[in-house]
Each structure stands twice: as C-alpha cells, then as structure tokens.
Design a protein around this ligand. Structure first.
Ligand SMILES: [Zn+2]
Length: 305
C-alpha cells in the first residue's frame, strides 16, 4: 500500500505523529475526508472533520426520522416499535445489576426512549442531545426535559451522576478526549460509564477489505455522509478510556446477525459482506473477537493523591 504521511497531522487521541492513511474516505460537499489510523493507540479518524455548521446540518430531523442505518439499526429512533425495542434489549437490566439506583445521564438520548425506560426502572434521569429536533421529540413523547447541545454545554457540577450511558454516540463526537474527560468529571466516585457502539472496522469483512485495497493501492469512498468521525476497535477504545481516567474497563464484543445487516455498495460488496458475516458470526459468538458491536463498562478510577 502507498502510505500518505501527512507530517502536520497528529493523532487526536494520543497526539502521536505516527499516523498512516487507511483505504477509505468520505466525499462530502465536494470535499475529500480521508481516514487515518494512529499506529500508537490504534484509533481510526477522518481528516479533515466536518465543520460545526455541517454537523448541525447532518443531525437535522431527517437523521432520526429516516433511521440510523449507519450504526446498524434498521428503523427510526422516532418509530414507536423501534423505541420499544431500544428500551428492551436487556442492557438496562445489566446496568441495574451493577448500579441498581441513582442519578442516570444519557448523552445522545435521541427521542428519549431509553431514558424513559431508565426513569421507569427507578433512576433519576437527565439527558443531553445534540439535535434540537430530537429534544423536542423527547419532550413531546415522554415529557423529558433534555439539555440541547453537547455534554460540555450542559455544565453539570462535579460528580453529578452515578451512571452515564452513551449508545451509538462516541463515534460521532468530534473531540472524544475532551468529552470523555468531561464524563469522568461529572461521574461520582466509582461511577459507571456504559457505552454501546458499532465497531465496523473490527470485523472480518473490513479487515480483509483494508488488506486487499491496501495491497492494490486503492481507496474506497464510503457512500454516506461523514457521521462517524472516529472508528473504534477494542484496543483503541480501552486506550482512550484509560487515558481519560477510567479503569476496570470491560469490553464485550457482539455481532449483528447475517440476516439483519444493512447492505450497501456494489453487488459484489453486498454479497461479500453477507458471505463474510456468517463465519464472522460464528467466530464472534464462539471466541468473542472480530465483533462489529461493542458494549463497554468502565469505572471512574479513584483519584490519585
Ligand atoms: Zn493515537
């Protein structure tokens, strides 16, 4: 593969200058946004990122109404059936088994379905949501007063929450170090951070695709807007969380069923993805590696005196 080394580019997570391009990019509004991988911490990121104005446009009402297919979901965050599904995945029961009660914050709560379920389960809830449209939906549907904007914009006091949950959010954040450090600040001592996220570059299809495209010196252009500003694998996620003051990081790798994955691209790409997903499904279920979905539990590390 022909590596492009941009000497002015450093890793946004660990600041290492040892970054290399990987063979995919976005094309958005006539601008090429290329993907790079840091060889120190392993994070994959796009550069340049969309501007804040472009991000506002990306998260208009259509993003939630047309379905977040980018993260592996098939249906809309505003569809009642989908809302019920989101709230009944068993995740809340798992969280309750670790922290049965307390103050619960969801960052990126979309239409508020999970937050509503958390409130019914006995938590005192609060929410943050970047999209003003989604904030209105959460209010109209569940009567939830959600803070519009980012978690930094909400200016919560120190140690405000016992549990912070982010579902399909961290890969969309433009500055994950600042955001996760803010989460660490607003979590109580021994507070719990729970993440769910896609890990699409971790699966067999993507790893093989990177190797083949790299060997051929080719780059594929993703046929979607640049929603994912970072692509996480277990190693890079663990690095980020530990850097931001978390320990006891547990990462569980899951896999989408081959029957339910969203297919796009050329016919060959769609068929290959399907063909790869079957063995991948068996490998991930048996060995807990190469997963395309990650569930993460991390505890706030004790303050070092
Ligand atoms: Zn790095």
């Amino acid at each position: 593969m022909r590596y492009i080394i941009n000497s002015s580019l450093t890793c946004p997570v660990c600041t290492s200058p040892d970054v290399r391009n990987v063979p995919f990019q976005y094309s958005f509004r006539g601008q090429c946004m290329r993907a790079y991988r840091c060889r120190t911490c392993g994070i994959i990121f796009i550069h340049p990122q969309p501007t804040s104005e472009q991000l506002r446009e990306l998260y208009s009402a259509e993003y939630f109404e047309e379905g977040d297919f980018r993260c592996g979901h098939e249906s809309s965050y505003c569809d009642p059936t989908a809302l019920e599904h989101i709230a009944n995945t068993g995740l809340l029961d798992e969280i309750k088994s670790i922290r049965p009660s307390g103050r619960f914050l969801e960052i990126g709560c979309a239409g508020g379905a999970f937050l509503h379920a958390a409130r019914k389960a006995g938590y005192t809830v609060d929410g943050v949501e970047f999209s003003q449209d989604a904030c209105r939906i959460a209010k109209a549907t569940f009567g939830l007063d959600v803070h519009p904007g980012s978690v930094e914009d909400a200016h919560f006091p120190d140690e405000s929450f016992d549990v912070v949950f982010m579902g399909d959010v961290i890969e969309h954040l433009p500055d994950p170090v600042t955001s996760i450090m803010e989460v660490q600040r607003i979590l109580a001592a021994q507070g719990l951070l729970v993440l769910e996220l896609p890990s699409q570059t971790n699966n067999l299809y993507s790893r093989t695709g990177f190797a083949v495209y790299g060997a051929l010196g080719r780059t594929t252009t993703v046929g979607l807007p640049p929603y994912h500003l970072f692509e996480y694998r277990p190693r890079s996620l663990r690095f980020l969380l530990q850097r931001c003051g978390f320990d006891e990081v547990t990462i569980r790798e899951g896999i989408l069923s081959p029957r339910h994955i969203n297919l796009r691209g050329s016919l060959i790409q769609r068929w290959s993805k399907k063909a790869f997903q079957y063995p991948n499904w068996c490998i991930t279920r048996g060995l807990h590696v190469l997963g395309d979905r990650l569930t993460v539990y991390a505890s706030k590390a004790p303050r070092r005196v």
